[in-house]
Design a protein around this ligand. Sequence first.
Ligand SMILES: *Cc1c(COP(=O)(O)O)cnc(C)c1O
Length: 428
Amino acid sequence: MSEPTAAAAPHPGPDALTGPDAAAGPAAASLADRAAALDAADPLASVRDRFVLDDTVYLDGNSLGALPAGVLPRLADVVGREWGELRIRSWDESGWWTAPERIGDRIAPLVGAAPGQVVVGDSTSVNVFKAIVAAVRMAPPERDQILVDAATFPTDGYIAQSAARMTGRTVRAVPAHDVAASADGRTAVALVNHVDYRTGRLHDLPGVTAALHAAGALAVWDLCHSAGALPVGLDAAGVDLAVGCTYKYLNGGPGAPAYLFVRRDLQPRFDSPLPGWNSHADPFGMADRYEPADGAPRGRVGTPEILSLLALDAALDVWDGVAIGDVRTKSLALTDFFLECVAALLPPGLVEPITPAAHEERGSQVSLRCEGAREVMRELTARGVVGDHRRPDLLRFGFTPLYTRYADALRAALVLAAVLRPAPEGTA
Ligand SMILES: *Cc1c(COP(=O)(O)O)cnc(C)c1O
């Protein structure tokens, strides 16, 4: 999500390369040839047509994914026919009631999970709460600490604190790269971000999970900035619980519901702190006594957000025939190319990449430290290059491999260079 900024002014289209950016010279020309060749050879190039896009270079899909073309017609049908004509019958006849598990099973392969372990609903914040409290309830009482990634996205930390107060535990914040070494006999669970939202650093999910298990602790991963951008491999790593949002790299739309993964063999021990009627073994029995459903539906709470859930369902169609391995390959190539363009086109010292150069430590975004980041991003946006900024001094550029072209990466670097280029003598 961006902090509010002024509305973007009209901006030049792709022909801008022949405009002021032509001043970038021969380096830009050779990079433009490279971009064209990379785009021509890109096996995912045609997937861009599954989205509604324009001339804007959209590099904020790590905050709000672009609109998949199938969403609008699907929502028109859901609203007009399923709601408008079938009304209450749609809970059954249109499959509304089972949509949280059905759509969870569509997300499952994207995060490396076998069916029956993912349920969609509520926000990521709410699912962090369910996961942490349920994990603590699985741990013996002498395990009195919850480890959290010290640089976590704030909501995760706030909710871990509250979960700790409610369960009589304490929170210990440690840097994500120290989580593995910090787990001990007092650790009930660790909550770790797979990719740091600020720096774009990718953490070692299999290694940290194995270390937590060796210490007898449970691992809860937040996949908000990894799912849809790179392979996650939940089952292969034996992850216990995981959460993630669907409006970033999964393109589900603003406020689209999040998901909760509970490893199959832990599901019988998943004791939800929010045992709403939707997670009851017999929801329509309207019993006085709560009896949890088996399997992934145990993670449900109340009535599902049908409109946004079914928008997400349609959005997931863009993944048909797409291999997540190809997505990762392109993501790394795009971010490499962007970093190369930035290094070639900007005078040294104006920006400092803080996203790791090593592929095994990089998610799908590039964060650049830059003085006046807020104003710089406002200017980029006005010129048709949309990323976002994080206070105090970070520019974030998210690369969604399904619709971002190498030419977009080059244009973003060219426009950034034009924005940051010092004014010629005598004009200021
Ligand atoms: C985006 C994001 C969230 C968002 O949580 P909401 O409940 O959807 O607002 C949570 N955690 C992380 C790590 C995120 O990147």
